[in-house]
Design a protein around this ligand. Structure first.
Ligand SMILES: Nc1ncnc2c1ncn2[C@@H]1O[C@H](COP(=O)(O)OP(=O)(O)OP(=O)(O)O)[C@@H](O)[C@H]1O
Length: 775
């Protein structure tokens, strides 16, 4: 058999007997073919419909009759062992009925050196090769597994210093890069043939003792003796190394259940063996059938443990052990059939090569160092200044930032390029500058659209001066918003409000009843002016005077007692009160902004429909033109469609572009409005929490625990009552996530100090209005 040939090597070994049935078992002189002849039983009546076969021919890789243990090893196993030392996985299996010589082939006699089997010979060969292959270092590990009635037994567990793992703790596992392995099976390092043999025998002994202790037959189990090899080159400082597994498998007797005539425990054993061997056969059939992409390896422990040892990249050899006696003809035939199926499996042996990450890093570092030296040498040769190849420091990044700024302002004519990392950093800075510019542009356009005035020169705009002279009532009633006004309010307006507040019959729930003022407010809130989106600066302006002047008005309804939430109210009810009272302005802004957002969304939908309609018309016109061309083409001449169609198409395209641009603008506005709505909502909640915490009669600890629940209710009700049209039925997750984000942001905003806030706003990272400081 060729080394790593791609087919499973199958041999038949006939157990020597004085009663060899030559007329039944015929071994041809080619040394590869065995024929089985069936002597017809003249006593049995012939079944007329069944075609009675009388001979079977099996051509295998070799028929081993009356051969020594050494020859068996050399012909069957040697190349697999040598392959394992080169990094190929290898498996040798012995299959056959009980007493046919499987254990004799695999382990041999432990008493006679000459009669030692494949395993001790393989161990010897491995260590001899390790001695010979001086250019490599080898590590050898051993494991010895027994599978009895679908239970995994570690035959070398007795050698472990730690407590023995229970059979239940052992499982067949798979990991990428590691393949199949038995988790919990002990792995023993061995440095010499002797050490390895000691372990083999120890395992054999444990197998026998175990079978006595448990009152079972040692031949009723499958045994897998594995040599795990790892080899690294001594000469090459390579990160590569190879690993392999050499599995030497002694399968349990393959005789059929009926024949054993067993009962009780023996019946159970036979049943398990039959099951595992039958699944082994199924796996082999699947492996041999190239059209099947699924092989049922996981059906039993045996097939699962042998998953990467039967086909695949493994050198696999099977020895089919048979009796020479006529009486065993049926089982012999069955064993040979199994063997011939095994022959159909194609394998693709491959070396298990790995890269040692530590060695690889070391090698790459060395390469990088060498390349840097070469570059610097090249620079010296062409008189170029030395180039930094390390990551840029903070100082270098700051310098690049300043260069970009000066370059954009025009004070720096050009930036000299010195390294690739500097070019990358420059690109990043330019990208950032472009983003900022775009953001500013959108912001400015929105401010213009909504008449919000300039961001930083508000106080100087005519609108401010004009507004300053107006009263707050006017502002309330107008419902419109000018962001750039000063935040002073005429004392009379406060007084006027105070008076109206005093008119209210009582606080708490009754406060929620509509007073003339609140009626007016809610009226104005329910009819928001569509262009009056209000920014958080506006909230601040509204909020700050409240802190000074409105508090007595809203917190002292009777002019004496400070207002606090009624302890009989739930927090959600208190929130309703808050929205009607102290937080009414924030609430009104929120409602108005939501209305604007709704209006923008509805406009967006309209525009989308429009754009789609235009698109459909374009398609239609284009199709008409195409049809026109085809019709004229059919008459043997090509003609352009008439001008009307062409003009129509041109106009439609222009309209499409124009509507599309408007659509994009609306999208940007929606984003901006959404941002403002979110900010208002967060601000309203945080103001409420602050107010509630300050005045609530509920003890602090209860408040803390109730805080979360109420925030949930409040925020959810906020989400519910915003009445924005749901985009789809699956938007629930989106809303939940957004709600959580709002909650997190809300909590954070409560923790941020005004200094932190102003420093973050000063970082220049955001151009959108910041949440105003919490008063
Ligand atoms: N080729 C052989 N030469 C000499 N003796 C043999 C040979 N094959 C088997 N025997 C002997 O036959 C007996 C049964 O063999 P063995 O225990 O190897 O069978 P088995 O197939 O492993 O059975 P079980 O399934 O019970 O483990 C042993 O005493 C063994 O020494």
């Amino acid at each position: 058999m060729k080394a790593h040939s791609g087919e499973v090597g199958v041999f038949v070994r006939i157990r020597p007997t004085a009663n060899f049935s030559q007329d039944i078992i015929e071994c041809l002189p080619d040394g590869q073919t065995v024929n089985i002849h069936h002597k017809k039983d003249t006593r049995k009546p012939l079944c007329p419909r069944k075609i009675q076969r009388s001979s079977w021919s099996f051509r295998l890789e070799g028929v081993l009759q009356d051969v020594s243990q050494e020859e068996v090893y050399t012909r069957v196993c040697r190349r697999v062992v040598l392959g394992a030392l080169d990094g190929y996985n290898g498996t040798v299996l012995c299959f056959g009925q009980t007493g046919a010589g499987k254990t004799y082939t695999m382990t041999g006699s432990t008493e006679s050196y000459k009669q030692r089997g494949v395993i001790p010979r393989a161990i010897q060969e491995v260590f001899q090769e390790v001695q010979k292959r001086t250019e490599h270092t080898f590590s050898v590990y051993l494991s010895y597994l027994e599978i009895y009635n679908e239970t995994l037994v570690d035959l070398l567990a007795s050698l472990q210093s730690s407590a023995l793992p229970s059979p239940r703790s052992m499982v067949v596992s798979e990991e990428p890069g590691r393949g199949v392995f038995i988790r919990g099976l002990s792995l023993h390092p061995v440095h010499s043939e002797e050490e390895a043999l000691n372990l083999l025998f120890e395992g054999e002994m444990n197998r026998v003792i175990g079978s006595h202790a448990l009152n079972r037959n040692s031949s009723r189990s499958h045994c897998i003796f594995t040599l795990h090899l790892e080899s690294r080159s001594r000469t090459l400082s390579d990160a590569k190394y190879v690993t392999s597994k050499l599995n030497l498998v002694d399968l349990a007797g393959s005789e059929r259940l009926g024949k054993t005539g067993s009962e009780g425990q023996m019946f159970k054993e036979a049943m398990y063996i039959n099951k595992s061997l039958s699944f082994l056969e199924q796996a082999i059939l699947a492996l041999a059938d190239r059209r099947r992409d699924h092989v049922p390896f996981r059906q039993t422990k045996l097939t699962h443990a042998l998953k990467d040892s039967l086909g695949g990249n493994c050198n696999t050899v099977l020895v089919a052990n048979i009796y020479g006696e006529a009486s065993q003809k049926e089982e012999t035939l069955s064993t040979l059939r199994f063997a011939s199926r095994m022959k159909c499996i194609r394998t693709n042996p491959a070396v298990n090569e790995h890269m040692d990450p530590a060695a690889q890093i070391k090698k790459l570092k060395k390469d990088v160092q060498m390349l840097k030296e070469e570059l610097s040498f090249g620079n010296t040769l062409v008189n170029r200044p030395s180039v930094p190849y390390d990551p840029l420091s903070q100082a270098q990044l700051a310098e690049i930032d300043s260069q970009v700024q000066r370059y954009l302002e025009g004070s720096l004519k050009e930036i000299s390029i010195i390294s690739v990392s500097q070019v990358r950093a420059l690109f990043a800075k330019f990208k950032l500058a472009v983003h900022r510019g775009q953001e500013k542009k959108v912001n400015a356009r929105l401010r213009q659209t909504y008449n919000l005035g300039e961001e930083d020169q508000r106080a100087d705009t005519p609108a401010v001066k004009e507004w300053d002279t107006r009263g707050s009532t006017e502002e309330d009633e107008a419902g419109s918003f000018e962001v750039s006004h000063k935040n002073t309010q005429h004392p009379s307006s406060t007084r006027a409000k105070t008076k109206k507040s005093k008119d209210k019959p009582s606080q708490s729930k009754r406060q929620g009843e509509e007073s003339p003022l609140s009626k007016k407010r809610s009226d104005s809130a329910s009819k928001p002016k569509l262009n009056s989106v209000q920014s958080p600066e506006r909230e601040q302006e509204l909020q700050e005077p409240d802190t000074e002047s409105q508090e007595p008005q809203e917190s002292q309804p009777n002019g004496k007692e400070p207002f606090h939430p009624d302890s009989t109210l739930t927090k959600a009810e208190a929130f309703d009160d808050f929205k009607m009272g102290r937080g009414s302005k924030l609430n009104r802004i929120l409602q108005e902004n939501k209305a604007v957002l709704l209006e923008r969304r509805s406009l967006h939908r309209q525009l989308t429909d429009e754009v789609n309609a235009v698109k459909r018309e374009i398609d239609c016109t284009a199709a008409t033109m195409q049809q026109y061309r085809e019709t004229r083409g059919g008459q043997g001449r090509y003609s352009e469609p008439d001008d009307t169609l062409l003009n129509q198409l041109r106009e439609l395209k222009a309209l499409y572009r124009q509507r599309y641009e408007v659509l994009n603008d609306i999208k940007a506005e929606i984003n901006y409005c959404q941002h403002l709505v979110d900010q208002c909502r967060v601000r309203l909640l945080s103001e409420f929490e602050k107010w509630y915490k300050k005045y609530s009669l509920v003890p602090e600890e209860d408040l803390e625990t109730s805080m979360d629940n109420t925030l949930d209710q409040v925020s959810l009700s906020e989400c519910d009552d915003n009445q924005l049209p749901p985009e789809s039925s699956s938007s629930e997750s989106f809303h939940n996530a957004r709600y959580r984000m709002l909650r997190r942001r809300n909590t954070r905003s409560l923790c941020v100090t005004p200094e932190q806030r102003s420093s973050s706003s000063g970082s220049g990272q955001r151009t959108l209005p910041q949440i105003p400081p919490v008063s």
